[in-house]
Design a protein around this ligand. Sequence first.
Ligand code: GLN
Length: 188
Amino acid sequence: MKVAVLALQGAFIEHEQMLSRLGVSSFEIRQKKDLEQSFDGLIIPGGESTVQGKLLRELELFEPLRQRIEKGLPVFGTCAGLLLLAKKIENDERQHFATMDITAKRNAYGRQLGSFYTEAELKGIGRIPMTFIRAPFIASVSETAEVLATVDGKIVAARQDNQLVTSFHPELNEDLSVHRYFLKMAGL
Ligand code: GLN
């Protein structure tokens, strides 16, 4: 059982460390030939969604990954990863994988004051630490997606079948529970 971590840009190493602490092997997707390995789940890290979206297309990773996600590959997107999975971004005309029926808002907390730490309840887990860095939030979810967490009335985590997204960065805290949740969701 292996989890692939998209490693084009952003906070991917932290995800790999979380997986290794949970005893799960992972490898990095950096170029097309990395897709020849088999994998049972994919993590899309935080960073800049525009940069990751551009690199995914330039490196011809975009369409093969989109198809796998659409076919049910379990995927976990944090922050920019959430934006890559969202069907719609309210304040950006760009669309990326667009496999998850949610509308996100980019840099939703403002560019300067957009980073903060809090603790809140995540459905099915309990109270967890949440670190936000120029984060998006989810403005709305369709009926097919389930809201997992809100902070100050804004949706910050959701799930739709095999797709899990958080607008915060669970990989930047010690708590392993969101990664554990993803692995369970992926049947790993
Ligand atoms: N602001 C970034 C974006 O729009 C996301 C920030 C993050 O991933 N920490 O892509």
